[in-house]
Design a protein around this ligand. Structure first.
Ligand code: UD1
Length: 356
């Protein structure tokens, strides 16, 4: 079986690390990685391939940083001749980025089956580019690998049972990566001593709906500055967020650092008091390492974290964020629950594909 795996953005590298390692155990599968180029900085892309031993992409299209439509269209134009030339039996796409949708659309137009890993998630907010990407990708995929039972329910509600596709509960591949790289990160990451950290909160902000609305961003940064007066906030900053802060002269007092690799991120999560983030992946990673999260959004795809008291949706209002941070610093939920499968999602996925 010949598989083309389409990657482009940071969280996809983390997800693919575990699946590609599992695929490599099977000599009957050839896995060719194509990088769209969506993320291109060394510490947004290359660092993950090196640290996590992900096979190097065969081709990097170098497409990034345009408007959503242009980016997606250019990716399709770049992927199509590769798919025609390579004639894969299957295309694997991950998550909900523009690279995901581009890979899926290219494949479906050529009648190549698609496996969507992290299928069925919904925020029910059609303003988010990610929600559009996931709904469309799910609809045209042949194999929908769901990380949660909520994802299965979402697809049921949308009538996927009546469609010619397979909906499979696989568990979460990010959990596989968290488990596998946890110990390695302890050996490799020096970030805690390098930054002289003891008590701190970990914060990330990069979602378009938060960064592209300057008032939203101002409100979030005001909250971070308020919290930082009390407890240090460490803020690995996405390049888009840095550019917008600088362009609008918004001052953030937190400990701002460049984007970091996976090992440093695991170390920062494990040692922090609490995570504050608008990232989908980080909400779960906080949970994997038994940390609570205050989410800078009004809704989440990971509703089980909110229901279980591990996550609070704070939105973007300064007072609410500060209040929720204080509340979450004083809670101690029981993390011994299984929300994301058995830690063998990658194995479940690859076995399912092999047994077709
Ligand atoms: C993308 C995904 C988002 C995911 C995030 C993970 C979409 C619609 N969004 O958002 O779902 O959570 O990745 O990080 O696909 N930039 C750089 N260097 C880089 C990458 C980006 O400078 O290596 C800058 C560029 O100015 C670019 C901007 O960041 O224009 C935004 O990048 P883009 O790939 O459009 O979206 P992300 O915000 O990274």
């Amino acid at each position: 079986m010949k598989i083309l795996t389409i990657l482009g953005a940071r969280p996809q590298f983390i997800k693919a690390a575990s699946v590609s390692r599992e695929i490599a155990k099977h000599s009957s599968i050839e896995d060719i990685i194509i990088h769209t180029g969506q993320h291109y900085d060394e510490n947004m892309s290359e660092v993950f391939f090196k640290e996590m031993n992900i096979p190097q992409p065969k081709i990097n299209l170098g497409i990034s940083g345009q408007t959503h439509g242009t980016m997606t269209a250019n990716m399709i134009a770049g992927l199509e001749p590769i798919f025609i030339d390579q004639k894969p039996d299957l295309v694997i796409v991950y998550g909900d980025t523009n690279s995901t949708l581009a890979g899926a659309l290219t494949a479906v137009k050529l009648h190549i089956p698609i496996a969507h890993i992290e299928a069925g998630l919904r925020s029910f907010n059609m303003q988010m580019p990610e929600e559009i990407n996931r709904i469309l990708t799910d609809r045209i995929s042949q194999y929908l690998f769901c990380p949660t039972t909520t994802a299965i329910k979402n697809l049921d509600n949308e009538g996927f049972r009546n469609l010619d596709c397979e909906v499979v509960f696989s568990g979460d591949v990010m959990q596989d990566s968290a488990i596998y790289y946890s110990k390695i990160s302890e050996d490799k990451s020096k970030i805690i001593s390098k930054l002289y950290l003891s008590k701190y909160l970990l914060c990330t902000v990069h979602r378009a709906e938060n960064t592209d609305n300057i008032e939203h961003l101002r409100s979030i940064i005001k909250a971070i500055n308020t919290i930082h007066k009390e407890i240090s906030v460490v803020f690995p900053i996405h390049p888009r967020t840095r550019k917008i802060l600088e362009a609008n002269a918004i001052i953030c007092d937190a400990i701002m650092i460049d984007p970091i690799g996976y090992f440093d991120m695991i170390a920062l999560i494990k040692n922090c008091l609490l995570v504050i983030s608008d990232s989908g992946g980080l909400q779960k990673e906080a949970f994997f390492f038994k940390k609570c999260c205050v989410t800078l959004r009004n809704e989440t795809e990971w509703v089980e974290l909110v229901e279980g008291g591990f996550n609070k949706l704070a939105g973007i209002e300064t007072e609410k964020i500060v209040l929720n941070v204080h509340e979450m610093l004083n809670t101690n939920p029981d993390f011994e629950v299984n929300l994301y499968g058995n830690g063998q999602a990658s194995q479940n996925i690859v076995e399912h594909l092999i047994n077709q």
